[in-house]
Write a protein that binds this ligand. Structure first.
Ligand SMILES: Cc1cc2nc3c(=O)[nH]c(=O)nc-3n(C[C@H](O)[C@H](O)[C@H](O)COP(=O)(O)O)c2cc1C
Ligand code: SF4
Length: 464
């Protein structure tokens, strides 16, 4: 479908005049911990795969955030940044003091490009190991620990026989690649997660403080370690799993350790799931309960996402790793125009409102950030005026047009280059390729493309 036909599927908008925008909630100030955001616009974390393979800030990373900063949103959250000092490909890292210098250049870049209007937060993540799907030969030849003679037979057996013979976890490792879980407490490094994670998060947060960030967002969402502790699928029997009270313990310990390191100089909050969208997983009622606990603990903001889990991910090709945005939960996390009615628009909002209500009922005014398919002024304004959230975040719309909220604020909404919700960007993310947007990455038609910074394959623009 052409871009023009896709654009016809988007909600029709009468964009506000400059005066209407100035009087709106979305463009009003809000306090987040020690900071006042100029407006309630927010660019949530998006991994653009621009760091070095060792996790350092590159000119590509600086260019990416500089471009968002020129749009002057209230806040930008820097992509999921690893707390450990372990190889993790071109993802940013904060697992050692040698990363501070690059991160502080990133802070300076954003401050300058936004004229100090934008607050810069950083998302801190821990994740467990996931292996690529093995070939049959590698799995039965090297990985599987069963009897050798059975392995020999399974090498040439049909899939049904393999399915009948292997234990469920082995079958999963064969079909999807080996994936560690927080419930694998027979593995010492998994058993000791509750002991080591608070310190690792706190040390990484201290580096972010030194680099000059305005805030830290603890990544308690999607398919990663901390979300797995919160999940109803966390059946650990060592006191860190089972009932909600146990599942929330580690996230709260991580929060307290980070708070002890940062004090109240930085805004400190978390991103977690309003609904896990997987069988047996957390539902909005669980999220509401966790939200109230996080607010009670003293978090400065709560940012809500949705889905994005490994449990329902599609089987990857041999040699590829499972990607947690390929099943139903993934489609709910980054919905496209192909999802059933009401389409990708604001699907998370009822669940986010449930969390907000629980926080208020517990007696707290902690700002709640809503996200997911919000790409017009009216949508954002409706959420805020209904009291369903305090801040409205847009990921893909901000990628399609990093100036979009500034254009709306200035009464130039008609000039917004709109996100088509087709997930070309997410496809690049899945391939761990440099993320760009189909609306601007092609070089065709530019008057002089020789001056345009390009991706390493030379085919695409690095920023709009
Ligand atoms: C390319 C890409 C990378 C993303 N990386 C992250 C990330 O690092 N951390 C995170 O919490 N969410 C990440 N997300 C999810 C977005 O923050 C957001 O929740 C999601 O895209 C839905 O919002 P939207 O409809 O406004 O795009 C990513 C999304 C995209 C498209
Ligand atoms: S590539 Fe991503 S940001 Fe660009 S239009 Fe498509 S969905 Fe929107």
């Amino acid at each position: 479908m052409t871009d023009r036909r896709l654009e016809k599927l988007l909600p029709v908008e009468r964009w506000p005049t400059r005066a209407e925008a100035a009087a709106s909630r979305w463009f009003s100030k809000v306090t987040v911990g020690p900071h006042e955001l100029n407006e309630r616009t927010w660019v949530p974390a998006m991994v653009p795969w621009r760091a070095t393979d060792d996790g350092f800030v590159t000119p590509g990373v600086l260019g990416w955030y500089e471009r968002f900063a020129r749009g002057e949103p209230g806040a930008i959250v820097v992509e999921a940044t690893g707390i450990r000092d372990i190889p993790s490909g071109p993802l940013l890292r904060a697992g050692h003091d040698r990363y501070i210098e690059g991160l502080s250049r990133l802070v300076q870049t954003v401050k300058e490009a936004s004229g100090g209007r934008t607050r810069l937060f950083i998302q801190l993540i821990d994740f467990l190991s996931i292996k690529r799907r093995p070939t049959r030969e590698a799995f039965f030849g090297r990985f599987w620990k069963g009897p050798r003679e059975v392995a020999e037979q399974l090498l040439t057996a049909d899939e049904e026989t393999i399915a009948k013979t292997l234990a469920p976890r082995d079958l999963e490792a064969y079909r999807f690649g080996l994936r560690e879980r927080v419930t694998d407490t027979h593995l010492p490094h998994i058993a000791e997660l509750p002991r080591v994670l608070p310190g690792l998060f706190a040390a990484a947060a201290r580096r972010c403080l030194e680099a000059g960030f305005d805030g830290v967002e603890l990544h308690f969402a999607h398919a990663y370690t901390m979300a797995s502790f919160l999940s109803a699928l966390n059946t650990r029997t060592d006191g860190w799993g089972g009932p909600r009270e146990n599942r929330v313990k580690l996230p709260l310990e991580v929060y307290r350790a980070v708070r002890a390191e940062l004090g109240t100089r930085l805004a400190l909050g978390c991103r977690f799931l309003a609904d896990e969208i997987i069988e047996g997983g957390n539902r909005p009622a669980d999220a509401a309960w966790f939200g109230a606990e996080f607010a009670r603990a003293g978090m400065d903001f709560l940012s809500l996402s949705r889905g994005g889990k490994f449990e329902d991910a599609k089987q990857p090709k041999v040699g590829h790793a499972a990607y947690p945005y390929t099943g139903l939960s993934g489609h709910e996390c980054m919905p496209t125009t192909k999802v059933p009615a009401p389409g990708p628009w604001g699907r998370n909002l009822p669940a986010v409102a449930e969390v907000k209500r629980a926080v208020v009922a517990a007696g707290f005014s902690t700002p709640v950030v809503a996200c997911g398919g919000i790409a017009t002024f009216q949508q954002a304004e409706d959420v805020l005026s209904r009291g369903g959230a305090d801040i409205v975040a847009s990921a893909r719309q901000s990628l399609a047009d990093p100036d979009w909220t500034k254009k709306v604020r200035e009464g130039r909404g008609g000039e917004v280059r709109r996100c088509l919700f087709t997930n070309y960007c997410e496809g690049l993310d899945q391939a761990h390729d440099v993320v760009t947007c189909q609306r601007w990455d092609r070089l065709k038609g530019l008057p002089d493309d020789s001056t345009v910074p390009r991706t390493s394959d030379g085919r695409r623009m690095i920023a709009p």
